[in-house]
Design a protein around this ligand. Sequence first.
Ligand code: PDD
Length: 285
Amino acid sequence: MSVLGYFDGKFIDVENDKIIGMEDRGHQFGDGIYEATRFYNGKCFQLKRHLDRCMSSLKKVRMTVPYTADDLAKLHEELIEKSGFKNGVVYFQFTRGTAPRDHHFPNVKPHLSMSIRSSEVNEQQQAEGVKCFLTEDIRWHHCDIKSLNLLGNVLAKQAADDAGCYEAVLYRPDTKEVTECGSSNFFMIKDGVLWSHPTNNLILKGITLSVLLEDIAPAIGVKVMEKEFTPEFALTADEAFITSTSLEVTPCIELGGKVIGNGKIGEITLKLQKAYKEAVKKECF
Ligand code: PDD
Protein backbone atom coordinates (compact mmCIF):
# COMPACT_ATOMS: atom_id res chain seq x y z
CA MET A 1 0.00 0.00 0.00
CA SER A 2 1.35 3.41 -0.85
CA VAL A 3 1.61 6.08 1.84
CA LEU A 4 1.05 9.70 0.95
CA GLY A 5 3.76 12.11 1.98
CA TYR A 6 5.54 15.35 1.26
CA PHE A 7 9.24 16.12 0.87
CA ASP A 8 10.77 19.58 0.31
CA GLY A 9 8.03 20.97 -1.90
CA LYS A 10 6.65 17.83 -3.55
CA PHE A 11 3.91 15.37 -2.69
CA ILE A 12 5.38 11.87 -2.74
CA ASP A 13 4.70 8.18 -2.21
CA VAL A 14 6.54 7.54 1.07
CA GLU A 15 7.14 3.84 0.47
CA ASN A 16 8.29 4.00 -3.14
CA ASP A 17 9.99 7.35 -3.63
CA LYS A 18 13.46 6.95 -2.13
CA ILE A 19 14.42 10.53 -1.47
CA ILE A 20 16.46 10.65 1.75
CA GLY A 21 20.20 10.84 1.09
CA MET A 22 22.79 8.70 2.84
CA GLU A 23 24.27 11.83 4.40
CA ASP A 24 21.04 13.33 5.66
CA ARG A 25 21.80 14.78 9.11
CA GLY A 26 18.70 13.15 10.55
CA HIS A 27 19.93 9.79 9.31
CA GLN A 28 23.51 10.22 10.54
CA PHE A 29 23.19 12.35 13.69
CA GLY A 30 19.50 12.29 14.61
CA ASP A 31 19.96 16.03 13.93
CA GLY A 32 16.37 17.14 13.64
CA ILE A 33 13.02 17.54 15.34
CA TYR A 34 9.55 16.11 14.73
CA GLU A 35 5.85 16.35 15.52
CA ALA A 36 2.91 13.98 15.31
CA THR A 37 -0.55 15.50 14.97
CA ARG A 38 -3.94 13.82 14.97
CA PHE A 39 -6.93 14.69 12.83
CA TYR A 40 -10.54 13.75 13.42
CA ASN A 41 -13.29 14.11 10.84
CA GLY A 42 -10.70 15.54 8.42
CA LYS A 43 -9.70 18.32 10.83
CA CYS A 44 -6.52 18.64 12.90
CA PHE A 45 -6.95 18.81 16.68
CA GLN A 46 -4.90 21.45 18.52
CA LEU A 47 -2.76 22.17 15.47
CA LYS A 48 -1.70 25.59 16.77
CA ARG A 49 -0.25 24.10 19.95
CA HIS A 50 1.62 21.47 17.88
CA LEU A 51 3.02 24.08 15.50
CA ASP A 52 4.04 26.37 18.37
CA ARG A 53 5.90 23.44 19.95
CA CYS A 54 7.52 22.64 16.59
CA MET A 55 8.76 26.23 16.26
CA SER A 56 10.04 26.12 19.83
CA SER A 57 11.93 22.83 19.19
CA LEU A 58 13.48 24.34 16.04
CA LYS A 59 14.62 27.40 17.97
CA LYS A 60 16.14 25.29 20.75
CA VAL A 61 18.23 23.29 18.24
CA ARG A 62 19.13 26.50 16.34
CA MET A 63 17.54 25.41 13.07
CA THR A 64 16.06 27.98 10.67
CA VAL A 65 13.54 26.63 8.18
CA PRO A 66 11.88 28.22 5.14
CA TYR A 67 8.36 27.40 6.43
CA THR A 68 6.06 29.39 8.70
CA ALA A 69 3.49 27.84 11.02
CA ASP A 70 0.85 28.90 8.45
CA ASP A 71 2.71 27.05 5.68
CA LEU A 72 2.77 23.91 7.84
CA ALA A 73 -0.93 24.26 8.63
CA LYS A 74 -1.70 24.53 4.88
CA LEU A 75 0.39 21.43 4.18
CA HIS A 76 -1.59 19.53 6.82
CA GLU A 77 -4.84 20.57 5.12
CA GLU A 78 -3.54 19.57 1.69
CA LEU A 79 -2.31 16.18 2.89
CA ILE A 80 -5.61 15.42 4.61
CA GLU A 81 -7.57 16.48 1.54
CA LYS A 82 -5.41 14.53 -0.92
CA SER A 83 -5.52 11.41 1.28
CA GLY A 84 -9.29 11.47 1.68
CA PHE A 85 -8.80 10.10 5.22
CA LYS A 86 -11.24 11.10 7.92
CA ASN A 87 -9.23 10.08 11.00
CA GLY A 88 -5.51 9.59 11.33
CA VAL A 89 -2.08 10.90 12.18
CA VAL A 90 0.30 13.23 10.35
CA TYR A 91 3.98 12.76 11.15
CA PHE A 92 6.44 15.45 10.12
CA GLN A 93 10.08 16.20 10.76
CA PHE A 94 12.80 18.68 9.93
CA THR A 95 16.42 17.62 9.59
CA ARG A 96 19.37 19.98 9.24
CA GLY A 97 19.84 18.92 5.60
CA THR A 98 22.26 16.77 3.64
CA ALA A 99 26.01 17.41 3.73
CA PRO A 100 29.32 15.49 4.05
CA ARG A 101 29.48 14.08 7.57
CA ASP A 102 30.86 16.67 9.98
CA HIS A 103 29.41 17.61 13.38
CA HIS A 104 29.32 21.38 12.76
CA PHE A 105 26.21 22.93 11.21
CA PRO A 106 26.47 22.67 7.40
CA ASN A 107 25.56 25.55 5.11
CA VAL A 108 22.66 23.72 3.43
CA LYS A 109 18.87 23.87 3.48
CA PRO A 110 16.98 21.78 6.05
CA HIS A 111 14.64 19.05 4.81
CA LEU A 112 10.96 18.81 5.65
CA SER A 113 9.30 15.42 5.32
CA MET A 114 5.72 14.53 6.16
CA SER A 115 3.57 11.43 5.99
CA ILE A 116 -0.10 10.75 6.62
CA ARG A 117 -1.74 7.56 7.82
CA SER A 118 -5.30 6.62 8.53
CA SER A 119 -5.94 5.38 12.08
CA GLU A 120 -8.69 5.16 14.63
CA VAL A 121 -8.49 5.79 18.36
CA ASN A 122 -8.18 2.50 20.28
CA GLU A 123 -11.41 2.63 22.28
CA GLN A 124 -10.97 -0.82 23.82
CA GLN A 125 -7.54 0.09 25.18
CA GLN A 126 -8.93 3.33 26.54
CA ALA A 127 -11.70 1.44 28.32
CA GLU A 128 -9.57 -1.41 29.70
CA GLY A 129 -6.26 0.36 30.30
CA VAL A 130 -2.67 -0.81 29.87
CA LYS A 131 0.12 -2.27 31.98
CA CYS A 132 3.21 -0.10 32.43
CA PHE A 133 6.80 -1.06 33.13
CA LEU A 134 8.86 1.03 35.55
CA THR A 135 12.43 1.76 34.45
CA GLU A 136 15.26 4.29 34.68
CA ASP A 137 15.18 7.40 32.53
CA ILE A 138 18.55 7.27 30.76
CA ARG A 139 17.85 10.15 28.35
CA TRP A 140 19.62 13.49 28.00
CA HIS A 141 18.44 16.56 29.93
CA HIS A 142 16.61 18.33 27.08
CA CYS A 143 13.50 16.17 26.83
CA ASP A 144 11.40 19.32 26.25
CA ILE A 145 12.77 19.29 22.68
CA LYS A 146 10.90 16.88 20.39
CA SER A 147 14.22 15.65 19.01
CA LEU A 148 14.74 12.83 16.55
CA ASN A 149 17.19 11.28 19.04
CA LEU A 150 14.89 8.66 20.53
CA LEU A 151 17.31 5.91 21.49
CA GLY A 152 16.61 6.23 25.24
CA ASN A 153 12.88 6.08 24.48
CA VAL A 154 13.28 3.15 22.09
CA LEU A 155 15.28 1.10 24.63
CA ALA A 156 12.76 1.84 27.39
CA LYS A 157 9.76 0.92 25.24
CA GLN A 158 11.41 -2.30 24.09
CA ALA A 159 12.21 -3.23 27.73
CA ALA A 160 8.52 -2.62 28.52
CA ASP A 161 7.44 -4.79 25.62
CA ASP A 162 9.87 -7.55 26.68
CA ALA A 163 8.20 -7.48 30.12
CA GLY A 164 4.72 -7.80 28.57
CA CYS A 165 3.86 -4.14 29.17
CA TYR A 166 2.51 -1.53 26.79
CA GLU A 167 4.48 1.50 27.96
CA ALA A 168 7.55 2.36 30.05
CA VAL A 169 7.17 4.82 32.92
CA LEU A 170 10.53 6.51 33.48
CA TYR A 171 12.22 7.82 36.62
CA ARG A 172 15.54 9.63 37.02
CA PRO A 173 17.85 7.38 39.05
CA ASP A 174 19.69 10.34 40.66
CA THR A 175 16.74 12.44 41.82
CA LYS A 176 14.21 9.60 42.09
CA GLU A 177 11.50 11.51 40.24
CA VAL A 178 9.03 9.98 37.82
CA THR A 179 9.28 12.01 34.62
CA GLU A 180 7.15 10.66 31.75
CA CYS A 181 6.92 7.59 29.52
CA GLY A 182 8.64 6.26 26.41
CA SER A 183 6.22 8.06 24.11
CA SER A 184 3.57 9.57 26.37
CA ASN A 185 3.12 11.61 29.56
CA PHE A 186 2.37 10.03 32.93
CA PHE A 187 -0.19 11.18 35.50
CA MET A 188 -1.28 9.79 38.86
CA ILE A 189 -4.20 10.57 41.13
CA LYS A 190 -3.91 10.43 44.90
CA ASP A 191 -6.64 11.53 47.32
CA GLY A 192 -8.47 13.34 44.51
CA VAL A 193 -5.42 15.32 43.34
CA LEU A 194 -3.98 14.94 39.84
CA TRP A 195 -0.17 14.76 39.95
CA SER A 196 1.99 15.60 36.94
CA HIS A 197 5.72 16.27 36.58
CA PRO A 198 6.47 20.01 36.17
CA THR A 199 6.81 20.95 32.51
CA ASN A 200 10.54 21.60 32.61
CA ASN A 201 13.50 20.23 30.62
CA LEU A 202 12.96 16.66 31.89
CA ILE A 203 9.70 15.99 30.04
CA LEU A 204 8.08 16.74 26.73
CA LYS A 205 5.23 19.18 27.28
CA GLY A 206 2.62 17.01 25.59
CA ILE A 207 -0.19 18.72 23.73
CA THR A 208 -2.60 16.27 25.34
CA LEU A 209 -1.09 17.21 28.73
CA SER A 210 -1.57 20.90 27.93
CA VAL A 211 -5.21 20.39 26.98
CA LEU A 212 -5.82 18.46 30.22
CA LEU A 213 -3.92 20.71 32.63
CA GLU A 214 -4.62 24.11 31.09
CA ASP A 215 -8.14 23.68 29.70
CA ILE A 216 -9.96 20.65 31.10
CA ALA A 217 -8.88 20.20 34.75
CA PRO A 218 -9.71 23.81 35.74
CA ALA A 219 -13.02 23.64 33.84
CA ILE A 220 -14.24 20.47 35.56
CA GLY A 221 -12.73 21.23 38.95
CA VAL A 222 -9.92 18.66 39.19
CA LYS A 223 -7.15 19.84 41.51
CA VAL A 224 -3.70 19.66 39.88
CA MET A 225 -0.30 19.29 41.54
CA GLU A 226 2.58 19.92 39.11
CA LYS A 227 5.37 18.66 41.34
CA GLU A 228 8.04 15.93 41.28
CA PHE A 229 7.08 12.60 42.85
CA THR A 230 8.94 9.35 43.43
CA PRO A 231 8.30 5.92 41.90
CA GLU A 232 7.37 4.72 45.42
CA PHE A 233 4.67 7.41 45.62
CA ALA A 234 3.44 6.49 42.13
CA LEU A 235 2.98 2.91 43.32
CA THR A 236 0.51 4.19 45.96
CA ALA A 237 -1.67 5.90 43.30
CA ASP A 238 -5.44 5.54 43.48
CA GLU A 239 -5.54 5.98 39.69
CA ALA A 240 -2.99 6.53 36.94
CA PHE A 241 -3.08 7.22 33.23
CA ILE A 242 -0.89 8.07 30.26
CA THR A 243 -1.56 10.57 27.48
CA SER A 244 -0.45 11.31 23.95
CA THR A 245 -1.87 12.56 20.68
CA SER A 246 -2.64 9.02 19.58
CA LEU A 247 -3.54 7.50 23.01
CA GLU A 248 -5.67 10.43 24.25
CA VAL A 249 -6.30 9.54 27.94
CA THR A 250 -5.43 5.85 28.45
CA PRO A 251 -5.64 4.33 31.94
CA CYS A 252 -2.55 2.74 33.48
CA ILE A 253 -3.94 -0.19 35.44
CA GLU A 254 -0.67 -1.79 36.49
CA LEU A 255 2.70 -0.18 37.24
CA GLY A 256 5.92 -2.10 37.84
CA GLY A 257 3.90 -5.28 38.48
CA LYS A 258 1.56 -3.60 41.02
CA VAL A 259 -2.13 -3.23 40.28
CA ILE A 260 -3.26 0.42 40.49
CA GLY A 261 -6.56 0.97 42.32
CA ASN A 262 -8.90 -1.89 41.48
CA GLY A 263 -7.21 -2.57 38.14
CA LYS A 264 -9.91 -0.73 36.22
CA ILE A 265 -10.25 2.79 34.86
CA GLY A 266 -10.61 5.22 37.81
CA GLU A 267 -13.43 7.67 38.34
CA ILE A 268 -11.40 10.87 37.78
CA THR A 269 -9.54 9.32 34.82
CA LEU A 270 -12.90 8.53 33.22
CA LYS A 271 -14.07 12.13 33.75
CA LEU A 272 -10.92 13.51 32.13
CA GLN A 273 -11.12 11.00 29.27
CA LYS A 274 -14.73 12.00 28.54
CA ALA A 275 -13.93 15.72 28.76
CA TYR A 276 -11.04 15.24 26.33
CA LYS A 277 -13.36 13.54 23.83
CA GLU A 278 -15.80 16.41 24.25
CA ALA A 279 -13.00 18.88 23.45
CA VAL A 280 -12.20 16.90 20.29
CA LYS A 281 -15.87 16.93 19.29
CA LYS A 282 -16.17 20.65 19.86
CA GLU A 283 -13.09 21.46 17.78
CA CYS A 284 -13.32 18.92 14.94
CA PHE A 285 -16.97 18.04 14.36
N1 PDD B 1 4.86 10.91 21.31
N2 PDD B 1 6.33 12.34 25.94
C1 PDD B 1 7.02 11.75 24.95
C2 PDD B 1 8.41 11.30 25.22
C3 PDD B 1 6.43 11.59 23.67
O1 PDD B 1 7.13 11.02 22.68
C4 PDD B 1 5.09 12.03 23.47
C5 PDD B 1 4.42 11.90 22.14
C6 PDD B 1 4.41 12.62 24.55
C7 PDD B 1 2.99 13.12 24.41
O2 PDD B 1 2.94 14.28 23.62
P1 PDD B 1 1.61 14.69 22.83
O3 PDD B 1 0.49 14.70 23.80
O4 PDD B 1 1.93 16.03 22.29
O5 PDD B 1 1.40 13.66 21.74
C8 PDD B 1 5.07 12.77 25.76
C9 PDD B 1 4.53 10.91 19.92
C10 PDD B 1 3.09 10.72 19.65
C11 PDD B 1 5.44 9.93 19.18
O6 PDD B 1 6.64 9.96 19.45
O7 PDD B 1 4.95 9.19 18.34
